[in-house]
Design a protein around this ligand. Structure first.
Ligand SMILES: O=C(O)CCC(=O)C(=O)O
Ligand SMILES: [Fe+2]
Length: 366
């Protein structure tokens, strides 16, 4: 079987209608989990949440100078840089590389020194430290705690338990004025949450189902929404979009499959996770199905030369190579969660049985 069975819910989710969405909610106080699921997670809608969610984080208290509101470069260097270099991924915001920015690696101290120099001279920056696996690099530092409403996170649960590879989706982003992330939808159509520590982030978000306005027939996509060639994408201006400014301390929930571009205003530090769970699993499956179809189309001419098993295996290998995961990755992620739930249920049963046993014994004793 090359694709999973399509459930009614999968179809319903894929044809969701966002035409009645008129803006992005902003909540002063963090929502309860029930409220978050009902109003944002399940309907797949963004929400901006006030600073109470992040007030006690070490990152907010020690990475920002309380007087200037700028990054506390001395603390960052003192706490994160030692004699050993810390290699971090950086993107050159002035250099396009296919659909992304040109990436390289820098030593964290070198990056912070260069950034501070630009900041003091009030010069815009071009180097953007992004996708820095902070928790993996500094497991004991405790810069933040994942807010409760984002804790049901199957991706990081699975990737951090994997023994065959060392990866996760928990990142820190640091960039000076003018750095930006080009137009994209998140990996695997996962959710993301982004908590801003300092500076302001300008987000432009586009609801799903408008891809025809910013993708051509060859699947080339708009790179920078502020510089769109109208001959290539004549209808881009018709795409529905929402702009928000994310102030320090605020957290944005970015739903599955919403395209977005992010510009940093001033010196900016943020923490973000990509994540998924039962509420967007169908969108992830849908995205993988469409990636797989593309692979199948690309090597269609080889199909007759292979038996069915070989064909499936080849397509899955290419899918893994192109998209970073395949059906077995998805299956293993779900199995990890299923095993944990089983363990919890068993634990609860044991706990209940012990409690009942104690009550009965107390009753008998008395
Ligand atoms: O902060 C950025 O530059 C990009 C963040 C992003 O794309 C996300 O959180 O999904
Ligand atoms: Fe993103």
């Amino acid at each position: 079987m090359t694709s999973p069975p399509t459930s009614t819910r999968l179809l319903l989710h894929a044809t969701r209608d966002y035409s009645t969405v008129n803006g992005i909610d902003s909540l002063d106080t963090p929502p309860t989990y029930t409220h978050f699921i009902k109003h944002y997670l399940e309907p797949n809608l963004p929400v901006l949440i006030g600073p109470a969610l992040t007030t006690n984080w070490r990152a907010r208290q020690q990475w920002v100078c309380p007087v200037t509101g700028k990054p506390n470069f001395d603390n960052l260097r003192e706490q994160l840089c030692s004699n050993e270099p810390v290699h971090v991924p950086v993107a050159d915001c002035q250099c396009k590389d296919f659909t992304d920015q040109k990436r390289s690696t820098m030593d964290l101290k070198g990056f912070l020194d260069e950034w501070e120099e630009h900041s003091q001279a009030d010069k815009p920056s071009r180097m953007y430290l992004k996708d820095f696996h902070f928790v993996k690099t500094f497991p004991d530092y405790g810069a933040y705690e994942t807010p409760d409403i984002f804790c049901d996170d199957w991706m990081n649960e699975f990737w951090t338990r994997r023994t065959d590879m060392d990866d996760d989706y928990r990142f820190v982003y640091c960039g000076g004025d003018g750095t930006f992330t080009p137009f994209h939808a998140d990996v695997y159509r996962s959710y993301s949450w982004s908590a801003n520590i300092c500076g302001v982030k300008k987000w432009t978000l586009f609801p799903p189902n408008q891809e025809h306005l910013f993708q051509d027939k060859l699947h080339n996509t708009v790179y920078d929404i502020e510089n769109v060639d109208p001959t290539l994408f004549p209808d881009f201006h018709k795409a529905k979009r929402f702009t928000i400014y994310q102030e320090p301390g605020y957290t944005l929930f970015v739903p599955s499959g919403w395209w977005h571009q992010v510009h940093n205003i001033g010196d900016t530090i943020s923490i973000n996770h990509n994540w998924c769970n039962g509420s967007n699993l169908d969108l992830l499956v849908e995205s993988m199905t469409s990636d797989l179809k593309e692979v199948e189309r690309e090597i269609e001419h080889l199909k007759d030369m292979m038996d069915q098993d070989e064909w499936i295996e080849t397509c899955q290998k290419l899918l893994l190579l192109n998209s970073g995961w395949d059906w077995s990755t998805l299956w293993n992620m779900c199995s990890t969660v299923r095993e944990r739930v089983k363990r919890q249920q068993l634990g609860e049963e044991v706990a209940v049985a012990t409690a009942v046993g104690t009550v009965l014994k107390d009753g008998v004793d008395s």
